[in-house]
Design a protein around this ligand. Sequence first.
Ligand code: OXD
Ligand code: MN
Length: 593
Amino acid sequence: MTSSLAALNRWVEDVARHTQAAEVHWCDGTQQEYDALVAQMHATGGLIALNPATHSRCHLHRSHPGDVARVEHLTYVCTRERDDAGPNNHWMAPDAAHAKIDALFAGCMKDRTLYVVPYCMGPIDSPLARCGVEITDSPYVVANMRLMTRMGAQALARIEREGRFVKGLHSIGELDPERRFIMHFPEELTIKSYGSGYGGNALLGKKCHALRIASWQARQEGWLAEHMLIVGIENPQGQTHYVAAAFPSACGKTNLSMLIPPEGMRRKGWKVWTVGDDICWMQPGADGRLWAINPEAGFFGVAPGTSARTNANALAMLDHDTIFTNVALTADGQPWWEGLPGEPAFDWQGRPHDAAHGPAAHPNSRFTVSARQCPSFSPHGENPQGVPISAIVFGGRREHLVPLVVEAHDWAHGVLLGAAMGSETTAAAAGAVGVLRRDSMAMKPFCGYNFADYFAHWLSFDRPGARLPKIFQVNWFRKGTDGRFLWPGFGDNLRVLEWILGRCENTAGAAETPIGRLPRPQDLDLDGLAVDPAALNALLAVDRDGWRAELAGIGEYLDSYGARLPARLRAEQHRIAAALAAPTAPVRALASG
Ligand code: OXD
Ligand code: MN
């Protein structure tokens, strides 16, 4: 046995002893194993079979009603030095953290099977991929990991070859929110999660490994682990360019990654190819470009709002071999959520549906499905070398101020656009309407180290020989004075991506402004789109007073990272603030071509 397998065996034995596991099962990732787990969960009530005539081999899981989302306040980054975790993370000293969570794990698997889940994040033969092993006592987690990662024998073989893997220990415990922690030890490449069965807390390959631990590894090894979708845009000439785009949770990443072109553009020959909907690992290639893989093998998407209008591709992949979590049910056993036609009979807790109880499906109800089931899944989605990225896009939910799209002047400006990203809270949060929460690169809940060091890491990619993507900021969420969205969004967002790619190829025009380069109305392909000219002007305007206040706010935010903040980022903020303070220069148009 190799030393890496010996180390893995020793760890499994130690955990089995400490948790007093009744049995140990090493997962091989086969269909037979998956089917057996599903059958066992049907017998225990952990899964409910859905209507086989409409949803073959689909299942519903109902979580504990108090365990329905990620728990950021219970999520810790445990580095030896507090400052290495940074003000963007909750921190606990590693010794104290291990002691606290190990006490919870003691004896917790007495009547349970301990599953050993070897997995690979990224195509199994990709040099960009990284492996991990999750130990869990939840068969639901095992079944989901099989859809979301390359799980089983091949991953174990790679671990044996490489010797290095991320260790993740998970138990659902008692599902008691008082006894729940999600702890990360980046210096030890270790994750410990106790007390939750919910996706982001329990499928440790996803947010815990592929973002928090991977971002730490990426910094040490010279790559980037990002909360980004990856999408390929094929133009009528048959060339495909890849875009990586970061948006905070619940801003439509899955929809954008599976976009269906508007009718007119479809007729001209535009096509969209999905590579990933949530996580992107990027590394400079020998040619100086950034090459990206989606480390995941499936989608763990939010169900409510997914409909034939918003995401027909997603809907089309959900009628077979899918696990649903916390959706509602129709009378004939089909999954249902708000946004779908028809009527729910039972809500997400299994009660007869009553509108007085609130939405029938939980607002964070999910589907787990293999990426291969997506009709727009890219033929290059499993390329071991990844796909070359032409543009990076940062987006947020901003009702005011931020234009539809802005091109950064250069890489450092783009890093500032990412660092300053934010979303405004909505009327749902009483008393806090329009309050801006900064969420740098949409990584606030997911960066496994100090944001100041993370910004410096981003800046470090700008070096001789690099052929970096252009960086853009987008905002699909601008509203008019009547409170209605100014931009139709969804498929029409392709018009903005077309301009972005035109800028990358130097074929689209733009106007130079202090905040970056913006399209003029004539630079966008608006063929077939009934958008009011006043709305378009508002979407493409630069409100200088508003931007001066915004730059001051960005300055205050950067200050919160203290002396560790890279001077280059601060200089960029000063440069734009000064340009905004200067007397208004006439807007300079940049010719295309
Ligand atoms: C997710 C999230 O589940 O970002 O992807 O919350
Ligand atoms: Mn996400």
